[in-house]
Write a protein that binds this ligand. Structure first.
Ligand SMILES: C[S@@+](CC[C@H](N)C(=O)[O-])C[C@H]1O[C@@H](n2cnc3c(N)ncnc32)[C@H](O)[C@@H]1O
Length: 349
């Protein structure tokens, strides 16, 4: 039994991935997870034997997918770990740009060393596994597990005495080393790698650039929920900067802007002709209502139904749990015609 490791992706579908996959039609063999994030849905689909194609505009999410979905058998071994943590920390890109912005200067120097060492690992899969584990370590050290906090707040929340007085929890893990967090999660990530004997793929593009290049029986759409806390570049862009060793640009088509959301969803639904079944996740506390989404989907196919389920989201930072109704829109593309577009290879990226 393979187990999805601790990824802790904001907006993940870990708790309802089984329920969503239970709704997939039995004739479906391939799935395109077009906003794959931390890959919780893709992982469950891979486990069930579907051939899975993932995509996310953030590079860090491409690495999670490359490590856990595309990768069938390559693991990090003791030699690799020795390599990642060898040598002396130095003042590089992270030190120059993020000292006392997100981490203390000595921590930034450690990240600079680890980034260079990870590049020396001898396969893409190993590098992706290592970057996914380093992401997990970085997130674990960040209060609220996201990078849109200012430094004063970070210092305050990493102060264990303050945290204890205020929240009755020390949260000592914020002050444990990257290495410790990496090693704590290593077995779980290695053990999560498995083969389902399919040609699974991982893409790293804006969804709109990919819809006519990928073909699958099912497309699963889990976009940022407009009107909720959903700015993924602000949460995780820093990890992309760490990976690229340069400041990356916020991505467009991000579903955060209420003014353009309706037009963006319309544009998305208009381009789903390569897929026989469309699955869309959304919830009742977001900007577009169930009826608005139904109206937009119905412009492109008349066969649409909605399933509902109570889902508890943990709101990081507020220590609050919010109970929402999660919607799963299920549409059958009545104009679908099987054709022979070969999926273009992710290696061309
Ligand atoms: C709700 S999250 C997906 C969560 C995922 N299903 C999981 O279980 O972890 C939405 C994702 O959409 C990605 N995203 C936003 N705009 C995108 C775009 N234009 N193209 C591709 N991915 C995009 C974000 O980076 C984010 O990871």
């Amino acid at each position: 039994m393979f187990k999805y490791p601790k990824v802790n992706y904001i907006g993940n579908k870990e708790k309802i991935a089984k329920w969503i996959c239970d709704q997939f039609p039995t004739d479906a063999k391939t799935l395109f997870d077009a906003f794959s994030g931390g890959c919780s849905l893709s992982y469950e689909a891979k486990y069930r034997g579907l051939e899975v194609y993932t995509n996310d505009v953030l590079q860090v999410n491409y690495h999670i997918a490359n490590a856990l979905i595309k990768n069938n058998h390559i693991l990090l071994n003791a030699e690799d770990i020795k390599l990642i943590f060898s040598g002396s920390p130095f003042k590089g890109f992270m030190f120059a740009n993020y000292s006392e912005v997100y981490f203390y200067p000595d921590e930034c120097c450690q990240l600079d060393l680890y980034r260079e060492n990870i590049k020396k690992l001898d396969s893409d899969e190993k590098q992706s596994l290592a970057l996914s584990l380093m992401r997990r370590a970085m997130i674990r050290k960040m209060p609220y597990s996201r990078f849109n906090l200012n430094w004063d707040k970070i210092v305050q929340l990493r102060d264990e005495e303050y945290s204890y007085e205020k929240y009755k929890r020390k949260r000592a893990y914020h002050n444990q080393t990257f290495k410790l967090h990496f090693l704590k999660n290593l077995d779980d990530y290695n053990n999560a790698v498995f083969s389902n004997s399919k040609d699974n793929r991982a893409y790293n593009e804006d969804v709109f650039d990919l819809l006519n290049k990928v073909q699958a029986d099912i497309i699963y759409l889990d976009p940022p929920y407009t009107g909720t806390m959903n700015n993924y570049f602000s949460f995780y862009g820093l990890v992309d900067n760490f990976i690229a060793s340069k400041k990356t640009e916020p991505f467009k088509n991000n579903f955060t802007d209420k003014n353009s959301a309706v037009a963006l969803f319309d544009k998305l639904f208009a381009r789903l002709s390569n897929f026989k079944y469309w699955y869309l996740s959304f919830n009742n506390s977001s900007y577009l209502s169930k009826h608005e989404l139904l109206y937009l989907l119905n412009k492109y196919t008349s066969d649409v139904q909605v399933m509902e389920k109570k889902h508890v989201y943990k709101i990081t930072g507020k220590e609050k749990k919010e109970r929402n109704t999660e919607y799963l829109f299920i549409a059958k593309n009545q104009f679908y015609q099987e054709h022979s577009t070969e999926n273009y290879a992710a290696a061309e990226l």
